[in-house]
Design a protein around this ligand. Structure first.
Ligand code: PMP
Length: 274
């Protein structure tokens, strides 16, 4: 079953209009949410971010967050999902193609589930990455459907046998194509501040909380690409990648070339949370 507006229906019954604005303009927003053991992880944090994205693009959500949350829980239950993800999307709706907001369009809400195991090999052995110029727009804090910048960056990584692109603006590291980036230097954690240049990752926020619990000092300040190569440890975070150690960048070994001790401590603490 999928969620279509506020009803669970068979996937085959859902029909997207060819003039849906999500489809034509990327005019909409989304969330990817993790399900562990049949329970939705950080549901209220994801719904709050969804609401914030909607507000920032002036899209009025047709349902309250409480309603949306219980619809998603119904969806997970109906589909008997134990480990996987929920994809939730709102587009501004269908209307004759024209850039300004249509007067009559009704937002289209869709959600569906996917079974997905935890990315154990990434978590244990780490991932390989490349660096790329960040060519995206200046509102990366909005989780919008416009993902072409991210798609091109991820594809460049895949074409070089890697799992992620680490993006930078004029040498300053912002985030990954679908992850937030952290470095560890002399026992201190650093990551880009949560401003307009990055997505305010839910996993990023969990890691910042865990660091505080573990008394690991954190600085939310930008750092340069050269500092990646001098870092003791690097890892990326996301709902689907969790806390994934980075073992190489642009073909060069990073840190010790193996997942580091601070990354391991954070992974263990994260494991307890889920
Ligand atoms: N940055 C970008 C650009 C992303 O697409 C994602 C994944 N949605 C993240 C960071 C990580 O965010 P989260 O931890 O909320 O999944």
């Amino acid at each position: 079953m999928i969620l279509w507006h506020d009803t669970l229906i068979a996937r085959e019954r859902a029909q997207v209009d060819i003039e849906d604005r999500g489809y034509q303009f990327g005019d909409g927003i989304y969330e990817v949410i993790r399900v562990y053991g049949g329970k939705i992880f950080c549901l209220s944090e994801h719904l709050d971010r969804f609401e914030r994205s909607a507000r920032e693009i002036k899209l009025d959500l047709p349902y309250s967050l409480e309603r949306l949350g219980s619809l998603l829980e119904d969806l997970v239950r109906q589909n008997q999902l134990t480990d996987g993800t929920v994809y939730l999307q709102a587009s501004r709706g269908a209307a004759p193609r024209n850039h300004p907001f249509p007067e009559k369009a009704v937002p289209v809400i869709v959600a569906y589930t996917k079974e997905a195991p935890r990315p154990m090999s990434y978590l244990q052995d780490g991932i390989h990455t490349i660096t790329q110029e960040d060519i995206r727009w200046l509102r990366c804090d909005i989780k919008s459907l416009n993902l072409l910048g991210a798609v091109l960056a991820k594809q460049a990584a895949v074409e070089r046998g890697c799992q992620e692109s680490i993006l930078h603006r004029d040498g300053r590291v912002t985030e990954g194509s679908s992850t937030n980036v952290f470095i560890v230097k002399d026992g201190e954690l650093r990551t880009h501040p949560a401003n307009n240049l990055i997505l305010h990752g839910i996993t990023r926020a969990v890691v910042l909380e865990l660091a505080q619990e573990l008394a690991i000092p954190v600085k939310e300040t930008p750092f340069f690409v050269e500092e990646l190569f001098r870092a003791d440890e690097i890892f990326v975070t996301s709902t689907t990648m969790e806390i994934a150690p980075v073992v190489s960048i642009d073909g060069r070994k990073t840190g010790s070339g193996h997942p580091g001790p601070v990354t391991r401590r954070l992974q263990e603490a994260f494991e307890k949370r889920i």
